[in-house]
Design a binder for this molecule. Sequence first.
Ligand SMILES: [Zn+2]
Length: 266
Amino acid sequence: MFKKVVFLFVAGIICYACTTVPVTGRSQLSLVSNSEIIPMAAQQYDEVLKKGPISNNKEQTDMVKRVGLKIQTAVEKYMAEKGATSELKGFEWEFNLIDDPQTVNAWCMPGGKVAFYTAIMPICKDEDGVAVVMGHEVAHAIANHGRERMSTGLVQQFGLSTLGAAMGQNPGLTSQIFAQAVGYGSQLGMLSFSRKHESEADRIGLIFMAMAGYDPQEAPKFWERMSAIGGGQKPPEWLSTHPSDNTRINDLNAAMPEALKYYKKN
Ligand SMILES: [Zn+2]
C-alpha cells in the first residue's frame, strides 16, 4: 500500500522525473534514461542473436530489413520535423529475422533493436503486414514504453529508486524488471502492454508506416488476421503481450484520418 501511494504521488503529482511522449504529448514517468537502458538492451539483443538461429530465408529476411529501414527513415524524418532528433541519441537500428516456427512474435527494444520471428510472417502475409507490425513495435520504442514500464517496475519493487540504486540492491530483480519492461521473449511470464500503451503504439505506428509509404488501412486487416488465430489452444506470444480487443479496431479507425494525411503526402 505504501509503495502504491508513493507511486501515485510520484507519477501523478510531483512528476519531477517525467518526460513527454512524442506524437501524443502524454507525460510519462521516467526514472531510467536512454543512456542507461539502451546499453542494457544492446547487450540483451546480442544474446538473443547469438542464440538465434537467424533465418536463412533470404526473401523474408530482406523484407524485414527493407521495411525496417523505411520505418527508421520515417521515424528520423518525423523526429527531425518536430525538432526532437536528440531523442534518437544512442539508437543503433538493427532488424533481424529469427528462425522460430513456433513463436508468433516481434519486438523492438529501446535503441531500435528489432527482432521478428518467422512464425509471425504468414500472419503478416505481405510487406504491408510486416510494416504494420514494424510500425507498431518501433512506436513502442519511440514512445519509450519500455523505459516507462521499467520506471514503474522500479517504483513498485524498490519504492522510489534509481536504476543504479536498484542494481546495487538487487541486480537479479532489476534484470527481471528490465526483461519484462522491454517485452522481449522470456520465460518469466511476460507483462502485457497496457491498453494506454497499445493505443498509443497503434496511433504512432500508423503514422510511421504511412510516412514509410505503406497503406495504414492494412493495419485493421492485420489485427483481424492475428485475432483469428488467437482463438486456438495456445494464443500466440505476440497476442499475450499485445492484448487485442474490440476497442483496438475502433482506435485504429479513429486514428486513420491523421495517418492517411501522412500517406497521401508521399
Ligand atoms: Zn503493442
